[in-house]
Design a protein around this ligand. Structure first.
Ligand SMILES: [Zn+2]
Length: 300
């Protein structure tokens, strides 16, 4: 039996779930440490007769053990918990979801943030349906909530789709870890392929704080190869940057920019006045972004 995917039919269980009910939900009122808890949705809970005791079996009238109706859903919940624990999301940002992203300014909803949240939710739907692999390129000045939104997106995509994700900050340590794996004296020697392979394979990857400045050619090439491998495999990538996507045009001969445009919804979070005046704006899918390749510029 395959319990991996939440949208598949309920198999033997035959539970009729309401539309949009995957059989579990996040209950933020219960505090398990720094976050809430994923629970069985009411329909599944009321169908459960095993009391949640592992291995979720019951003795049938025929004297044979049968799986309880709750079992596939309980297994999905523990899978989500395991995936979120292993996603390298700092503790206090685990189980942050769309509700946690402030969409009001002085008590008024900010329309484009509402739109951005809707976009994440519909992106997750499309990913589930196999219709898209487009992630997000979020850029804006520090303090706009880009990284926070990236955490939310990662938690949410894992929660909705039960696929693995990883968060990685693009820091000097990030490159050093990869570099060490090529160093003969390092304990990590030989793991370079492993680290890069796992980053290029993981279904969802956040690359936080992508910058224009200070990257060596080797670092840019490493990043490009990673991004390109994810592109080829149709993996969903979420990037954050303090730099405008336009500023990236010259990096790695424009190849990174080209990939970002192909792979991401471009989102500008503008918070010039956010901290002072509580003003925050979001610009989505900026139409003026041009593609550096494959475009005809008319007559010559
Ligand atoms: Zn049960």
């Amino acid at each position: 039996m395959n319990d991996n995917f939440p949208t598949q039919s309920n198999g033997h269980a035959g539970l009729q779930l309401p539309d949009h009910d995957p059989g579990y939900y996040y209950d933020r009122t219960i505090t398990a440490g720094q976050h809430g808890e994923i629970k069985l949705s009411p329909v599944v809970e009321s169908a459960c007769t095993c009391g949640g005791v592992i291995p979720f079996q019951l003795m049938g009238d025929d004297g044979e053990p049968h799986w309880c109706e709750c079992r596939p859903y309980r297994m999905r919940i523990s899978r989500i918990e395991r995936l979120i624990a292993n996603a390298q999301i700092p503790n206090r940002f685990r189980y942050k979801f769309l509700e946690d992203f402030d969409e009001t300014s002085n008590g008024q909803p900010v329309p484009d943030i509402v739109k951005l949240k809707g976009m994440l939710s519909s992106t997750a739907d499309s990913i589930l349906q196999g219709k898209t692999t487009k992630g997000f390129f979020l850029w804006g000045t520090p303090g706009t909530g880009k990284t926070f939104f990236a955490y939310i997106a990662l938690n949410y995509l894992i929660y909705r789709t039960l696929q693995a994700g990883k968060f990685a900050g693009i820091s000097s340590q990030f490159f050093q870890r990869i570099r060490d794996t090529f160093n003969e004296d390092s304990a990590q020697r030989g793991q370079g392929t492993t680290i890069l392979e796992s980053l290029s394979n993981v279904p969802y990857l956040v690359l936080d704080d992508f910058g224009v400045q200070g990257n060596t050619d080797w670092e840019l090439e490493t990043l490009y190869n990673l991004i390109d491998a994810r592109y080829a495999k149709g993996r969903v990538t979420i990037l954050t940057s303090n730099n405008s996507v336009h500023d990236l045009k010259d990096l790695a001969s424009g190849r990174l920019y080209s990939r970002f445009v192909e792979m991401c919804n471009l989102v500008h979070l503008n918070a010039e006045d956010y901290r002072e005046k509580g003003k925050r704006e979001v610009e989505i899918n900026i139409p003026t972004v041009d593609r550096p390749q494959g475009r005809s510029y008319g007559s010559h």
